[in-house]
Ligand binder design. Structure first.
Ligand SMILES: [Zn+2]
Ligand SMILES: [Zn+2]
Length: 119
């Protein structure tokens, strides 16, 4: 439920698709959502990299010391997904934060801490 401030803000600046700016309450309209580079469920359980079959450690992270417990991504970092992340991080589109977080939360249900990927 929206508070008064959010409702007023939404009246002045209605929520728009992050891809084509069409009016929508979601992060993306259906047409743009279909363009996202999706990841399937087969990922390295440690680094989150897409692999053919789910593994504990993939070939790339097996011999490395990574300074986190696990990593996950909602989409492959390409195309429209890359554009949205760049809009959020570099074009001050902070209003995307909540909508992006809603996409991430189902992937990290039993997590103590979520942090950003450093540049
Ligand atoms: Zn769109
Ligand atoms: Zn890995």
């Amino acid at each position: 439920m929206l508070g008064y401030y959010d409702a007023l803000l939404n009246l002045i600046y209605p929520s728009r698709c992050a891809g084509c700016f069409k009016l929508t309450d979601d992060l993306l309209c259906q047409k743009c959502a279909a363009l996202l580079p999706k990841l399937d469920n087969n990922v390295c359980q440690y680094c989150g990299k897409p692999v053919i079959t789910t593994v504990e450690n993939c070939r790339e992270c097996r011999t490395k010391r990574l300074y986190f417990d696990s990593a996950r991504a909602v989409w492959a970092f390409d195309g429209l997904a890359r554009d949205i992340i760049h809009d959020y991080k570099y074009k001050n589109q902070k209003h995307l934060a909540g909508k992006l977080a809603k996409r991430l939360v189902p992937l990290v249900k039993n997590t103590d801490l979520i942090t950003w990927v450093p540049l």
